[in-house]
Design a protein around this ligand. Structure first.
Ligand SMILES: *Cc1c(COP(=O)(O)O)cnc(C)c1O
Length: 379
């Protein structure tokens, strides 16, 4: 079955009672049991809910994995994954991951004696050197946020298998339409479903997909124990959003390529980070492991002053955090998504004061370009 067919049909059955083609929203906390120990597979909605089950089966199919798990947000999903660890464990993380991943590792879980180390995962030797006797997990994001660094999925999978480390990929930027990390041998894929999977900026959600039966059992146990589950209504919004993922991503990728080319030729733009550009240092790797280059671009305007001017002048591009919706969003990572990272660290990873991030939506590209052209003229 092709990707679009799976996106629309996998895990989805017409309602057996009414024929309703759309998945019902099962707004219920509990389920009536026929007699002691005899039920229809559902007991309590923290453990499982039929609407959530449909989404979990659907995302598992899209990532070609055994099992999917849905959470209230991307961060709830990531935190569930970090609950696989024990006090004293060391985790290696891509150096410019999502700001929230940095925050939960460095500013929340550090007090539980978990040691998060942020390294340049684009270089396999750097990961190897960072491995210690107490290292248990490697958590990568590719492409990274916001500098679009690419990590070699196959190489990380191989290294983690040989050292018996749990490997995790944040696949939010690529989505399963462009990249399937489990096929390269990685253990766990995590998504902020808030972004491209939902695609309409009207919910928050997090999804995990994995294959290993032991890890599945443990994560299911963590999910029902800690309880950061996705609500039935949000699950339904996500099921609906995923149905159009392929067409939205195609348009987003095509628009982003045009925007990246435009920016790369503009004299006021110092640097453009987009894996689809031949000038991107890992363009070939991106070509190898991705089926498209995505809708995310960042570019450097040199100074905070210039970035401010641009962000003040855009009209169509909305100044907002988040990404992956149908509308084009523009943001300033250093003061918005990555504000919790200290200045020195930010400069080291390329999140400079002049850096602007754009999530290219699916509007007519001429309108996006015209908006950027006018805003760049204001600098
Ligand atoms: C947004 C985001 C997250 C966090 O997801 P929420 O749904 O906001 O909790 C994690 N990783 C990446 C790459 C993101 O963009």
């Amino acid at each position: 079955m092709g990707f679009s067919t799976k996106a629309i049909h996998a895990g989805v059955e017409p309602d057996p009672f009414t024929g309703s083609i759309m998945t019902p929203i099962h707004l219920t906390s509990t389920y009536v049991q026929e007699e002691l120990g005899k039920h229809k597979g559902y007991e309590y909605s923290r453990v499982s809910n039929p609407t959530r089950t449909v989404l979990e089966r659907n995302i598992a199919a899209l990532e070609n994995g055994r099992e999917g798990l849905a959470f209230a947000s991307g961060m709830a999903a990531e935190t569930a994954i970090f609950h696989l660890l024990k006090a004293g464990d060391h985790v290696i993380v891509s150096r410019n991951v999502y700001g929230g991943t940095y925050r939960v590792g460095k500013l929340v879980l550090d007090s539980y004696n978990l040691d998060f180390e942020f390294v340049d995962t684009t270089d396999l030797q750097t990961i190897k050197k960072a491995i210690r006797p107490n290292t248990k997990m490697v958590f990568i994001e590719t492409p990274t946020n916001p500098t679009m660094e690419i990590t070699d999925l196959a190489a990380v999978a191989k290294l983690c298998q040989s050292r018996k480390l749990v490997s995790v990929v944040d696949n939010t930027f690529a989505t399963p339409y462009l990249q399937n990390p489990l096929e390269y041998g990685l253990d766990i894929v995590v998504h902020s479903a808030t972004k491209y999977l939902n695609g309409h900026s009207d919910m928050l959600g997090g999804l995990i997909v994995l294959n290993d039966p032991q890890l599945i059992e443990r994560l299911r146990f963590i999910q029902k124990s800690v309880g950061g589950i996705l609500s039935p209504f949000e699950a339904w919004l996500c099921i609906r959003g995923i149905k159009t993922l392929a067409v939205r991503m195609d348009r987003s990728c095509a628009n982003a390529m045009e925007v990246a080319l435009y920016l790369s030729r503009h004299r006021k733009v110092k640097k453009v980070n987009y894996p689809g550009l031949v000038s991107h240092p890992q363009h070939r790797l991106a070509q190898k492991q991705m089926r498209g280059f995505g809708g995310m671009i960042s570019f450097d305007l040199g100074t905070l002053e210039n970035a401010k001017k641009l962000l003040k002048s855009v009209r169509l591009c909305a100044l907002a955090e988040s990404l992956g919706g149908v509308e084009t969003l523009i943001s300033h990572p250093a003061t918005m998504t990555h504000a919790s990272i200290p200045l020195e660290e930010r400069n080291r990873i390329g999140v400079t004061d002049g850096l602007v991030r754009i999530s290219v939506g699916i509007e007519d590209v001429e309108d996006i370009l015209a908006d950027l052209k006018k805003a760049l003229a204001a600098i």
